[in-house]
Design a protein around this ligand. Structure first.
Ligand SMILES: NC(=O)c1ccc[n+]([C@@H]2O[C@H](COP(=O)([O-])OP(=O)(O)OC[C@H]3O[C@@H](n4cnc5c(N)ncnc54)[C@H](O)[C@@H]3O)[C@@H](O)[C@H]2O)c1
Length: 247
């Protein structure tokens, strides 16, 4: 058990990559906070993980775009567990369009969740982690934050921004033994990529050296590495989990 007794908060964890990370951490003995804007789904996921892995779980409805809600989330967790060892910033959305057609509302929505949401959660958790003189922060970014992608000016800007935030926080928190790293997934099979047509998925796979989309579990295994003692001398790193599509 690599995370026995640890407390892990995962945003956007009712489904998809966040849920896979929550299950992987629970399987290693961590107590889990399922936080999501979808309260009903979060509650269901928390109950299922508690039953399956025999760990403590709580669910909390939280829109990461709202600082107050992030502060409330952290308070609820500290009241219950008295500490937070691991924060995984996973909540994210897309509102894709070409620059010319993208609305201001779509730009603002993605910035609010994917960029400000990460700032909000890190700010909210930082006090308790700094006091504890230990912690792990794992930011889920994207290959498109590294290489760009036509039709995703808003999304790629947020993911590139979070890579910069990862390095900044890694420097700011290192003296208190809080390690901050990012995982940059390629194309992973989840609800987010289910929106794509079969043709788009085929085209994508043909550009991936490992010739397939990734699974949520591929990302969860990388998150476990950053949450565990195995990565205790690594901070400010961006780990590509993309089947080789960008090197
Ligand atoms: N699927 C991919 O191919 C892929 C690739 C690269 C990066 N990512 C990133 O991985 C993360 C998870 O993506 P996924 O594919 O599992 O997506 P998903 O849509 O399956 O899950 C996202 C979850 O976030 C929640 N969420 C949305 N807005 C929220 C908000 N404002 N506050 C709190 N929760 C909110 C949703 O309710 C949902 O449960 C995202 O940050 C995404 O950008 C995904």
């Amino acid at each position: 058990m690599r995370l026995q007794g640890k407390v892990a908060v995962i945003t956007g964890s009712a489904q998809g990559i966040g849920r896979a990370i929550a299950e992987t951490f629970a399987n290693e003995g961590a107590n889990i906070v399922i936080s999501d804007i979808n309260a009903e789904a979060a509650l269901k996921t928390a109950e299922e993980i508690k039953a399956q892995y025999n760990v403590e779980t709580i669910s909390s409805a939280c829109n990461v775009a709202k600082l107050e809600e992030c502060e409330d989330l952290i308070k609820v967790v500290l009241d219950k567990f008295s500490k937070i060892d691991i924060l995984t910033n996973n909540a994210g959305i897309t509102r894709d369009n070409l620059v010319l057609r993208m609305t201001e509302a779509d730009w603002d929505a993605v910035i609010a969740v994917n960029l400000k949401g990460v700032f909000n959660c890190i700010k909210a958790v930082s006090k308790s982690m700094l006091k504890a003189r230990q912690g792990r922060i794992i930011n889920i970014v994207s290959v498109v934050g590294q290489m760009g992608n036509a039709g995703q000016i808003n999304y790629s800007a947020t993911k590139g921004g979070v890579i910069a935030m990862t390095k900044t926080c890694a420097k700011e928190f290192a003296s208190r033994n809080i390690l901050v790293n990012a995982i940059a997934p390629g194309f992973i099979r989840t609800a987010m990529t289910d929106k794509l047509t079969e043709e788009q998925k085929q085209t994508m796979s043909s550009n991936i050296p490992l010739a397939r989309l990734g699974e949520a579990s591929d990302i969860a295994k990388a998150a476990l590495f950053f949450a565990s003692e195995d990565s205790s001398y690594i901070t400010g790193h961006v780990l590509a989990v993309n089947g080789g599509m960008y090197m």
